[in-house]
Design a protein around this ligand. Structure first.
Ligand SMILES: [Zn+2]
Length: 339
């Protein structure tokens, strides 16, 4: 099962009217069904999207402008499981920010603070914030329960100091579903983590030939291979759907059925769609938690051709966008344009 339908809890059955029913709690919401297996209702089916390369890179670029040179002055942890031993971070200095795939690394003068946003993690930076005060935004922060931070979903707050030791901004880690985490690791561990990931999709190592070799080695559906972080790091559900549409390739095709020419077309489509995602500062879909570190949403959702557009007309032909499940993930494509 994919990220959007893992079983969270399976509480005891309850009587509803004359029927014995149960609620199956999933990461996407809850499904209410009778013991005969008939689904009675499905409620708040929220499909979260893990921030992908364009979202994490947008965050990295923003924070790389404001954090290097600052020293961690104080760390407030509101959810223990998401950051252990916060005291170890105090007095370490931010040197630079690195990213591979969906992982973001704050390189410190000693060690590395590794961050994974998972499904609903947000990093929001507020300059010149007094630790006694709340940050106020001109609009609501998704899942924070209002327009101020710390909010309902705030799990960790890192306060910084400038070179003179004066208070100098705060970074909020919000995560409504709490799958994300921050971890202090060594430089060696970070290098090891990077090696375990596939080549980054916007790195020079990601070439048409590399993609062709990866696809040749498996019969799995091409879309699932694109999302395999051990092969190519950074592509998730949104950009896999969009890239396959741009390349005119059916997401269900066995990966090794693609010709070298098709692999090259797909490579170009991946490069283009990731570049466009970055240009528009990432995708904040209707049900998404993603925001930029200044609290603003991304804009690429307005440019999506197929993702979350089931039933709507294909932007290229007169066909209708279809939605199917592939590897447990919502998959969107145009059956006329994608072969
Ligand atoms: Zn079409």
């Amino acid at each position: 099962m994919g990220f959007d339908n893992q079983i969270r809890a399976f509480p005891p059955q309850i009587w509803k009217g004359r029927q014995l029913c149960c609620w199956l709690w999933l990461t996407t919401g809850a499904t209410h069904f009778s013991l005969s297996g008939k689904i009675l209702s499905a409620t708040h089916r929220r499909v979260y999207n893990m921030p992908e390369l364009p979202e994490v890179e947008t965050i990295r670029r923003y924070l790389a402008q404001v954090l290097p040179g600052k020293t961690i002055r104080q760390v407030k942890v509101l959810a223990q499981k998401q950051l252990a031993h916060p005291e170890k971070l105090v007095s370490r200095k931010i040197v630079r920010l690195e990213r591979q795939g969906k992982q973001l690394a704050f390189i410190l003068d000693r060690g590395v603070l590794l961050v994974h946003l998972k499904l609903t993690g947000q990093l929001v930076y507020v300059p010149e914030l007094d630790p006694q005060k709340r940050a106020v935004f001109g609009h609501p922060i998704p899942f924070a329960g209002g327009n101020t931070l710390p909010g309902k979903s705030t799990r960790v707050i890192i306060y910084f100091a400038d070179e003179q030791g004066k208070p100098d901004g705060a970074l909020f880690f919000n995560d409504v579903r709490m799958f994300g985490w921050l971890r202090l690791i060594s430089q060696e561990e970070w290098q090891k983590q990077r090696q375990a990931l596939g080549v980054d999709a916007i790195s020079p190592q990601f070439t048409p030939d590399y993609l062709y070799q990866v696809l040749q080695r498996t019969r799995r559906p091409v879309k699932i291979v694109l999302m395999d972080q051990e092969k190519i790091a950074g592509i998730g559900n949104i950009y896999a759907n969009e890239a396959l549409f741009r390349a005119g390739i059916d997401p269900r095709r066995p990966a090794n059925s693609l010709s070298q020419e098709e692999a090259k077309k797909l490579w170009q489509a991946i490069k283009d769609v990731l570049a466009a995602g970055l240009e528009f500062h990432g995708t904040s879909a209707a049900d998404d938690a993603y925001i930029q570190p200044d609290g603003q949403p991304g804009q690429f959702q307005q440019k999506l051709a197929v993702y979350q557009r089931a039933g709507q007309p294909c932007p290229r032909c007169s066909g209708t966008i279809q939605r199917i499940q592939l590897g447990g993930r919502g998959t969107f494509f145009c059956p006329q344009c994608q072969k």
